[in-house]
Design a protein around this ligand. Sequence first.
Ligand code: NAD
Ligand code: IPM
Ligand code: MN
Length: 349
Amino acid sequence: TTTRTIAVIGGDFIGPEVTAEAVKVLQAVTAPGSFALQPYDLGATAWQRTGEVLPDSVLAELAETDAILLGAVGAAPNSKDIPSGLLERGLLLRLRFEFDHYVNLRPSRLYPGVPTPLAPSVTEGKEIDFVVVREGTEGLYCGNGGVVRAGTPHEIATEVSVNTAYGVERVVRDAFERATRRRNKVTLVHKHNVLVNAGGLWRRVFEAVAAEYPQVTTDYLHVDAATIFLATDPARFDVIVTDNLFGDIITDLAAAVTGGMGLGASGNINPTGAYPSMFEPVHGSAPDIAGKGLADPTAAILSVALLLDHLGLAEEAARVEKAAISDLAARTGQQRSTTEIGDAIAAAV
Ligand code: NAD
Ligand code: IPM
Ligand code: MN
């Protein structure tokens, strides 16, 4: 049997806390020796100590791994010590871009017994189970743009969204392929009534790819309207495909309506296998709850299920998801600590 190498990047604040539980579950569900876990100390404290966010030598090592498990990086939103975006751009986005993670896969399911802010009329008798295929390498995340006349009353700041036919087509195609393995429905979310250039490209590519999948039903929503239906009728969604920023925003909402930020898992996937894919919770480093044992590790643990599935270990992935589902169903509303939840799920797999 081959040993797979997994890089583990805990990161900042609750990142290492939830990642420790995810690692526990990974070790519990796999045979000893089948995975070699390589921890990497990256994030705010590592930067403060070394002055480097992601050394090229580390990037080269990560490129040789089979997958990356990441917690979260980032300072408190009002921090004065850590420049905003330093870690997000220099570590997280750099990895997504360097490793060409063009499918940012973010599933949402309302599991039985999980408290939701959705009205009973929205959930009763409904299956809420959809996946957002968020483009991960383009859009407003490219860092295109700049500032002129900085600090003056005439300052002009621009962020330019990059959308290529190549980049849009490959992610739209992935969404349609995924839909054929699910309920055969794809919804494009964009804002082509205002963003006519990028929106036009997305729309044309979407329609061209759709023509190759006659069995798949298609739908289109402007992103503002999509937020309405995520709150009032999320059961209508199967696969949603959208650009980088819209996908970021709607997946926090998707997590919130299906049980909260503690449950949202994600994969940053390079489907070609040319680079390692990276698995992480949708949530961030949550400085507001760090160090208190309050972080729910379930999102990180469900990200391990996505990692296992990506590596072809579907049976192990299913065991992790099943254990998490049982744990969620058994929750009474009484607060359990991060490690209590991790221990329980690790014991159940
Ligand atoms: P956040 O997701 O960290 O927190 C938002 C809210 O959700 C907070 O109230 C937090 O306590 C709660 N929350 C998050 N995860 C939770 C969990 N596992 N269990 C229970 N509650 C949880 O978002 P933010 O406050 O906007 O960002 C904090 C920092 O994280 C910022 O520096 C941001 O840039 C960074 N960030 C990093 C990632 C990542 O590394 N993938 C993702 C998002 C944000
Ligand atoms: C996420 C995060 C990141 C994003 C940030 C931290 C760069 O919010 O993974 O959802 O916007 O993609
Ligand atoms: Mn986000």
